[in-house]
Every structure is written in C-alpha cells, then in structure tokens.
Write a protein that binds this ligand. Sequence first.
Ligand SMILES: [Zn+2]
Length: 396
Amino acid sequence: MNKNIERFIRYAKIDTQADENSLTVPSTEKQKDLSRLLVKELKELGLKDAYMDEYGVVYAHLDGEGEVIGLNAHVDTALEVTNAGVNPRIVEKWDGKDIILNDEYKISLEQFPFMKQVIGHDLVVTGGNTLLGADDKAGIAIIMGVLDYLNQNPDFKHHPLAIAFTVDEEIGRGPKYFSLEKMKADYAYTIDGGAVDHIDFENFNAQQLKVQITGVAVHPGEGINTLVNALQIQSEFICALPEKETPFYADEGYWHLNTANGSSEKTEFTAILRNFSREKLEQLDAKIYAVRDNLAKKYPTAKIEVSISEQYENMKKYVDKDPRPVIKAVEAMKRLGIEPKFTRIKGGTDGATFSKMGLVTPNLGTGSANHHGRFEFLSVQLFEKMIEIVLEIIKK
Ligand SMILES: [Zn+2]
C-alpha cells in the first residue's frame, strides 16, 4: 500500500460524524480527534504554523511564490450512515464482478452502471456497516499527499499555500466557523467532489421555507362558523404549490417538502427551495406568498406565518468576477492531457459560501463516489491522479 492511500485509511478510521441536533461547536467533539492528528502531521511535513482553533478548524501555511492558493477539505462525515467502526478494504484491480461488502450488502455494476469507468482500478470500499467517509477524508488525504510531495521535493517551485480543514460541512455550518483572516488566501479550492476531471463552480441558490399555521380549536360539535382546522389549511397550502416544480419533474430547480406535522389547532411544515437561477427562485417565493395571501383571505381567523430564510447562493457570479482559480485548474488539467468538465452542483458547497464571503472557491474532485452511504468507494488511481492535478495547479 502506498503512503498516500495509507494516510487516507488512517483518517477514514477516525469517527468524525457531524450531528445536526447538537448546539456545540463543532457539533461533535470527536471531529477534533482528526483535526489534532492533522495538526501533528502538518507540522511533520514542515508547515510549522499549523494549529487548530477553538472551533476545531485547522489552518496552516506554506511559503512559495505568487498568489496564495487555498486548499480546503472538511473533517466531518455525513449523517445518513454511521462513521463508527469504519474498516476499509482494498479490492485490487477490480474485475467488475460484485463486491461483497458483508452478508447483507454488495456493490454491483447492475446497481451502479457508471462504475464501468473504474473497472481495473484498485477500490477502497467499506465493510458494509458504515460509510467510507471519502467525503471528505479523501480530500484531506489529497492535500496531505501534495504537501508530502513538496516536503520530499524541495526544488519543486510552487505558489504559497493556505490550508484549511473545516468542520461541520455536512450540516451546513462549516463556513460559520471559517475565517478568511486566518486562511489568508487569494483564491481557493474545496477538494470535496467526485470525478477528478470536473471543476464545479455553479450550484443551487438555496432557501428554507417554514410555514406555521394556527387555526381556531373548538369542539367540532360547536364548530359551525367557528372551527378553523390548521391541518386542513396546511393541506390546501401544500396542494396549491406548483406540483410541476418538485424534484420528480423539475431539474433546474424545485421546492421539496421536508417535514409536515401538527394537530388541528397548530401545524408546521418545512420545505427546501432550490434553483440555479436567483430570478426563478424569487418567482417561486412570490407564488408561496400569493398562496399565503389567498388562504389568509379565505380563513381570516387563522394565523398563517411564512418564513423564507437564505441558506446558500450560486457561486457562479463570484467566479465570473474572479475566474482565476477556474482558469488555473483548466490549464493544469489540459497540461496533463485531461479535458476538464464543468458540472453544476445540485446542492451547495462550503466553497459557495466562501465565495460569497470574498474568497472565490470552486470545487475539485477526489476520485470517490456513492457518497453518504455504505456503497461509497474511492478509486486509488483517481485519488493519485488528483494529487498530480493539484500539484500541477500550484506549480510555479
Ligand atoms: Zn463533502
């Protein structure tokens, strides 16, 4: 096993799952276990100023020539499947046949046809009971692999680097505890994606909708001209929202009901609102307010409260203003004979928020896939390729 993949497996075995119900920072103390290890290893690789701040975020810097390039990955893992007891295994030169994870689960080409692309690769997989956490420990190991190479090859001329390993990305709190002042970069990359020939700099604009309805509760036997049932208004509200703009039908943007609950007196439902276009997202907002106004007229004694809060923003407009990191990545990939592809992320990245904060941060891949679940895997060959791509990007 080479030392880059060994490093990934070392990180993967540390449980760093985030917890959205926690109010602490980071959401789970165990994220700091990995952060502490990273500080130690960064120092060993010559980044003497490496430290972990009070939030568990790790910063480190390395001198070089030219603009300061930031590299970011996150230490936490997703909530869907546990991160405790990860036991990664390497399937060497995968022949395309079913990979038996455990008695219950297997990875098959039938289920994941895109995996044709990695036949012949060495694949790191899970033991079936956990996720792998290549999202985003593969990103961390790629950055550490780059720094190890620089440490071994002092003659390799490169840009100054600013490293940040952030916490709680999976619950959307990462940027809240990230400091541009501590990072000190001119532009940056999150290494937190899938395919290594992709450069992502477009993502959804995202809002959260919350609707609370309070009806008028009296005994139904005395309900004539008095009783107003909140559950009924809630169902009318939801049915009045545009059905053709839900994920089943709509690709460019949608509303998606997340939770709905309550009683005849009081209800609450939440939905996520997403669109690549800000304008279209605002048109959806207007439709939601119109539904509220209609129902308020129909049920004047009920209270219908709508709140729409901002979650993240499409980073494209920031990249359009400062395309340096995208141009640099495109040129580096072309020099390596890779034709870069540009995907639009149907979600958000920490980089989207960093971009809004003033640090333009497109996203690069890690060579892993099937994130957030037990079928997650990492291609050793693509992971190594990504180390090469990042070295080419930072080369002077
Ligand atoms: Zn991630």
